[in-house]
Design a protein around this ligand. Structure first.
Ligand code: ZN
Length: 398
């Protein structure tokens, strides 16, 4: 492999060429020369480095314009695999994807996050190992791993920070453990952020500004701005579940009164149904009652949609998203939740903010998390500077 020991920062490296090929902007050396302004010999050398790592492969079917047809190249999605996990409060989903984010294998398990990091991560490692061996892959093929957890995370270190429903996980180095085990960069983020990324990556790539709202037991929001996750100064961005909804005095698990989550979360709705003598343990029970046509449940969910709409109307004025995607268990309550949200947002937010705003249900549903975790890893390990570091034999960050 002939690559320079130091990386030139002034001119586009091999990673940038790979980006252009992945994005479909270039498929021949001549196109890469035209797009980057690099010398033909430099492009040839950098393409050799990408070919040697099998990140690109020769592709057939070039269009002949007379004379010798130019060699075409394509991104090799099979040059490794990505491991993705969406750990939930009571059940988890893991998947293995190719480098294009297509799911090759996946499995789910009912496992409480409260069982602690050792039990959950040991299961995770075994589940990934089974998938790898079924596809004839080894740890050497793992380009990276991504994990979503139901709590706040210090993204830089892949460590949950004081997560309320994850006893034993505070300060546990999830990213470090998996990076050591698989020998690959591992990124950890909270579940709502990875779901937002998954929706954006698969369904809404043309929209630079997206809000993903998860309405499950609690309520959280992932924010995509300029196509990237916005985490905020301390990673607390998007915690809309604890925004105050005027006129409500319900006590929230955070200790405050009148939080959105305390009136519109699935846990709060289940409690209200119980108070009316209707059996409901959790958000899934609420959805079941709605589907069975129980008026009290339908009314509750519609009202929860309106309460959520109040907070989202303010968010629309503040952030001006192009699309709001609603996911989580309660989003399964047919159109009742969305109807309530739409009613209030279109009525309350400023006209310019709602003129072309879309409010939709999650397209990926239960798979948004694993697809987002894979997308997070792919964009990290195939970022131009990460590719340049890899080709130069330098250690990867993450
Ligand atoms: Zn609260």
């Amino acid at each position: 492999m002939s690559v320079e020991p130091t990386i030139p920062t002034s001119s586009p490296g091999a990673g940038t060429l790979l980006r252009l090929i992945r994005d479909g902007q270039a498929s021949t050396r001549a196109e890469l020369v035209a797009l980057t302004g690099l010398a033909r010999s430099t492009v040839a050398q950098r393409m050799d480095a990408l070919l040697s790592q099998q990140l690109v492969v020769p592709a057939g079917g070039s269009v002949s314009t007379g004379g010798r047809p130019p060699q075409m190249f394509a991104f090799n999605r099979d040059a490794g695999v990505v491991l993705a996990a969406d750990l939930g409060a009571t059940h988890s989903r893991v998947a293995m994807t190719d480098l294009g984010g297509e799911v090759l294998a996946e499995t789910t398990k009912e496992i409480p996050i409260a069982d602690g990091p050792d039990a959950v991560l040991t299961w995770l490692e075994q589940a990934f190992d089974v998938m790898l061996s079924e596809f004839g892959r080894t740890h050497d093929d793992v380009r990276g791993a991504g994990v979503g957890v139901p709590g706040p995370v210090e993204f830089a270190t892949g460590t949950p920070v004081a997560p309320p429903i994850m006893p034993g996980w505070d300060g546990y180095r999830v990213g470090g453990r998996l990076a050591d085990y698989f020998g690959a960069p591992t990124l950890v983020d909270n579940d709502v952020n990875i779901m937002a990324l998954g929706e954006h990556y698969k369904a809404w790539r043309a929209y630079d500004h997206l809000l993903f709202v998860k309405v499950g037991t609690g309520i959280g929001c992932g924010i995509i701005t300029e196509g990237r996750i916005h985490r905020g100064a301390q990673g607390a961005a998007g915690d809309i579940g604890h925004i105050h909804v005027p006129g409500n005095l319900e006590i929230c698990r955070c200790g405050n009164r009148g939080c959105l989550e305390a009136v519109a979360g699935g846990g709060a709705m289940a409690a209200r149904l119980r108070a009316e003598g209707i059996a409901a343990e959790n958000s899934r029970d609420v959805v079941r009652h709605v589907r069975e046509g129980r008026a009290e449940a339908m009314q509750l969910v519609r009202q929860a949609g309106r309460e959520l709409g109040e907070v989202l109307a303010a968010s629309v004025n503040f952030f001006n998203p192009g699309v709001i995607v609603i996911g989580g268990d309660i989003a399964h309550a047919d159109e009742h939740l969305l109807a309530g949200v739409r009613e209030v947002v279109y009525q309350r937010a400023v006209p310019l903010g709602t003129r072309s705003l879309r409010i939709v249900r999650s397209a990926l549903d239960d798979r948004a998390g694993v697809i987002g975790a894979a997308a997070m890893v792919i964009e990290h390990v195939l970022a131009p500077d990460a590719v340049d570091r890899m080709l130069a034999g330098l250690p990867q960050a993450g």
